[in-house]
Ligand binder design. Structure first.
Ligand code: ADP
Ligand code: MG
Length: 465
């Protein structure tokens, strides 16, 4: 009876059972988890309903719940058992998720004087790299549209908003974003941050009860550039915050520029409303460079190196061609390969032959990237955002059949497996099915730009790891 009087208000407790006194539980959480964890996370949990063998606890957001579940749940449960032994599980109810997406609503904000602190720590990650500018970004057919659009943004802010640039790894997205930042910094205040850093500061601010400054800081800029937005996939709390940052920036006509490794609508585990926002301005892609662009980039680099070291290059046309042909994945790799060749030739003061190059680059090119049928299947199902089991199933609907055929096609092209072997790996299909798939996709990728692009992007995803 005594205990009952301690029952906190607004809590519904089912009849006859022992009553958990939540304030006692919280005291024990603080003691056992330490003040920091308690203050940042556990303090914000409320008891919503108690049953004999489980509790329903309230948490402010989904992100919050995931964080707690992944880190503290086991220990929390054993603590709870000391209060009521019959408890064997906990369920969470997300209190604010739909109503208010403002994480800080449920936090006590009592320290408003931390602006300078957050500013300083954020500033450290807001540095633009002066070497990644428009002058040294070389254009080719694979990046022409992305480049022109980026330059247009610099001429007239918020004409296309947001500008969304996507493409595989090492194709120049960060370079372009940087170039835009450098250009616009001359006129206005620019915020440049990777989505991962954004997340880092977001979590840090939650922990410090410092969301007000976080919001203020990010919503102040006139140009907001965020790199690798795919990082927010599956991170609910972060998406909420990003969505609000995005909206308030658009509301005040700030320019937003975003990069990602895939098209907006292909961002799985990202809220629909965010995807449609991302796709709502100008969406452009960067493709894998063709031979011409690769050659141009190599030549420009050689020129720079010559100027820098004041010596003539010993790299012949033939070697340039060899490197451009062999380096298939992306521009970052191309530059890495070139650097090795150049370094070797400078050290040995030697005109390199193709066979020298082959030797120098043995481990780069021969290190045959091991691509398995499994890996192809996973990558393709991810790319098209369909479950692997569905992709391998017997269902014939187009949204499943096409990706399935793409996966078979890539398995044939990128592994040494035979047709019957590939068939077997696709839920025991016949080799004639594989032949049909290869033919269909070959034909489509010749005449259909969308298909060509898809294939190229999947290939680069497969090769990049
Ligand atoms: P991403 O962000 O798409 O992964 P980066 O922008 O980091 O790729 O580019 C990888 C490397 O290739 C960088 O060193 C970048 O300067 C260089 N690079 C990419 N595209 C070009 C280009 N068109 N001209 C010159 N250098 C480029
Ligand atoms: Mg990048």
């Amino acid at each position: 009876m005594e205990k009952k009087s301690l029952k906190p208000k607004n809590i519904f407790v089912s009849e006859e059972e022992t009553i958990v006194v939540w304030s006692d539980v919280q005291t024990s959480f603080e003691k056992n988890f330490g003040t920091e964890i308690y203050q940042s996370w556990l303090k914000n949990i409320t008891l919503i309903k108690e049953f004999n063998d489980y509790l329903i606890l309230g948490v402010p957001t989904r992100f919050f719940r995931d964080w707690i579940v992944s880190r503290y749940l086991d220990k929390m449960l054993s603590q709870l058992k000391t209060f009521k032994n019959s408890i064997n599980r906990v369920e969470f109810k997300i209190l604010e998720d739909h109503k208010s997406t403002n994480v800080n609503d449920s936090f006590k904000i009592d320290e408003l004087n931390k602006v300078s602190e957050i500013k300083d720590s954020l500033m450290n990650y807001n540095r633009l790299n002066p070497n990644l500018n428009f002058d040294n970004f070389i254009s080719g057919s694979s990046n022409q549209i992305a480049l022109t659009s980026s330059k247009k943004i610099c001429e007239q802010i918020s004409r296309y908003n947001p500008l969304y640039i996507y493409g595989g790894v090492g194709l120049g997205k960060t370079h372009l974003l940087n170039a835009i930042g450098i250009e616009l910094e001359k006129q206005t205040n620019v915020m440049f941050i990777s989505a991962e850093r954004f997340m880092y500061h977001f979590i840090k601010s939650i922990k410090k009860n410092d969301m007000v400054n976080f919001k203020d800081f990010f919503r102040k800029s006139s140009v907001f550039i965020i790199d690798d937005i795919q990082f927010i996939r599956g991170k609910e709390g972060l998406q909420e915050e990003f969505f609000h940052t995005f909206n308030s920036l658009i509301d005040k006509s700030a320019q937003i520029i975003i990069s990602a490794d895939r098209a907006p609508m292909k961002l799985d585990r990202v809220q629909e409303r965010i995807k449609s926002r991302l796709a709502g301005g100008l969406v452009v892609d960067i493709d894998i460079p063709d031979l011409e662009l690769k050659t141009k980039i190599i030549k420009k680099r050689l020129e720079d190196i010559q100027n820098q070291f004041k010596e003539t290059s010993n790299i012949s046309e033939e070697v340039i061609n060899f490197i451009a042909n062999e380096s298939k994945t992306n521009i970052r790799e191309l530059i890495g390969v070139l650097n090795r060749v150049v370094t070797f030739s400078r050290i040995h003061k030697k005109d390199l032959t193709i066979s020298d190059c082959k030797n120098i680059l043995k481990d780069v090119f021969n290190q045959a990237k091991i691509i398995t049928v499994d890996k192809i299947q996973n990558t393709v199902s991810n790319y098209f955002n369909i479950p692997l089991t569905e992709m391998l199933s017997q269902r014939r609907s187009r949204p499943l059949a096409r990706p399935r055929q793409v996966a078979m096609y890539l398995a044939k092209k990128m592994t040494t497996r035979s047709l019957p072997e590939i068939g077997r790996r696709f839920a025991n299909r016949d080799h004639t099915t594989v032949i049909h798939a290869v033919k269909t996709i070959t034909r489509l990728s010749e005449k259909d730009d969308e298909m060509k692009k898809n294939i190229n992007q999947i290939k680069s995803l497969l090769l990049e790891e």
